[in-house]
Ligand binder design. Structure first.
Ligand SMILES: Nc1ncnc2c1ncn2[C@@H]1O[C@H](COP(=O)(O)OP(=O)(O)O)[C@@H](O)[C@H]1O
Ligand SMILES: [Mg+2]
Length: 251
């Protein structure tokens, strides 16, 4: 089953086309990696899908419904949640209060009997490493990312977007993050992750979409896309292809 589909999705900022007619899809149970060089338009594409920044043209279908231009609140009620490249919790609230806010406003009224208990479950699920009564402005990057993930899970999503969740993590923390992302997928949550770290992409993703200058240049299985010369070239420039074994001709 296709849980998300975009048709010719385009986002312009003034004269800049940040996302250019991208058509892609995500199947139920997928962990799709959205890859591409810095400034390629990955965050803008995700924002256009998630309703944060409505597209200039094109369409988004989530669970078969045309959700183009719907607000993030409406998307959330339909089962879409996301984390942010730079998480911004309510700084003066505690960790628990931040997750409770998402629990209370991200679910239909009355569905969660005990918001504090539900929020604690989310913090436990993401292995939140420090006390729940810590004031959020005191958190470091790694803790902020875990809090943002707990917050995103609090509304019970069926589809989750992760924007560079693993950036800034150490080797050991990356391994824990891989385990955690599989644990999320095993809850029946389909995942689209913007990611740069090859270790994560190759371990976690069953499909990849690569964009460059706002345009999709490859989509397919992880192996297909990772071995696509256009993708290598997008990351490393022409030099990468000059170094490829089949490009080395005798002088
Ligand atoms: N709100 C905005 N206003 C104007 N330009 C933007 C805005 N957001 C992103 N851009 C531009 O769109 C392009 C894509 O940015 P972004 O989606 O953040 O890339 P990525 O996430 O792939 O690094 C960049 O050129 C960026 O400067
Ligand atoms: Mg980005």
């Amino acid at each position: 089953m296709i849980v998300l589909e975009t048709k010719e999705l385009t986002k312009q900022f003034g004269g800049l086309t940040a996302v250019n007619a991208v058509s892609m899809h995500i199947n139920e149970g997928d962990i799709v990696g959205l890859i591409g060089p810095n400034g390629a338009g990955k965050t803008t594409l995700v924002n256009a899908m998630a309703g944060l920044n409505p597209p200039t043209s094109g369409q988004v279908f989530i669970f078969g419904e045309n959700t183009t231009g719907k607000t993030p609140e409406k998307m959330c009620r339909r089962g879409l949640s996301r984390t942010f490249q730079i998480p911004v919790p309510f700084p003066k609230m505690t960790v628990l209060e931040n997750v409770m806010t998402a629990t209370i406003f991200g679910n239909r009224p009355g569905t969660i009997r005990d918001p504090a208990a539900h929020s604690r479950q989310m913090l436990e699920f993401v292995d939140f490493p420090i006390a729940e009564d810590t004031i959020s402005e005191q958190l470091n990057t790694v803790q902020l990312k875990r809090l943002d993930l707990a917050r995103a899970l609090a509304s019970g999503p069926k589809l989750l977007f992760l924007d560079e969740l693993a950036s800034g993590l150490s080797e050991g923390e990356l391994k824990d993050m891989i385990t955690l992302i599989f644990k999320i997928r095993d809850q029946g949550i389909t995942i689209l992750m913007i990611e740069h770290i090859m270790q994560l992409i190759m371990n976690l993703c069953n499909r990849l979409v690569c964009i460059q200058f706002g345009t999709k240049i490859a989509e397919g299985t992880t192996e297909e896309v990772a071995n696509d010369p256009a993708v290598t070239k997008a990351y490393l420039g022409d030099a990468a292809l000059d170094c490829a074994p089949d490009a080395q001709q005798p002088a």
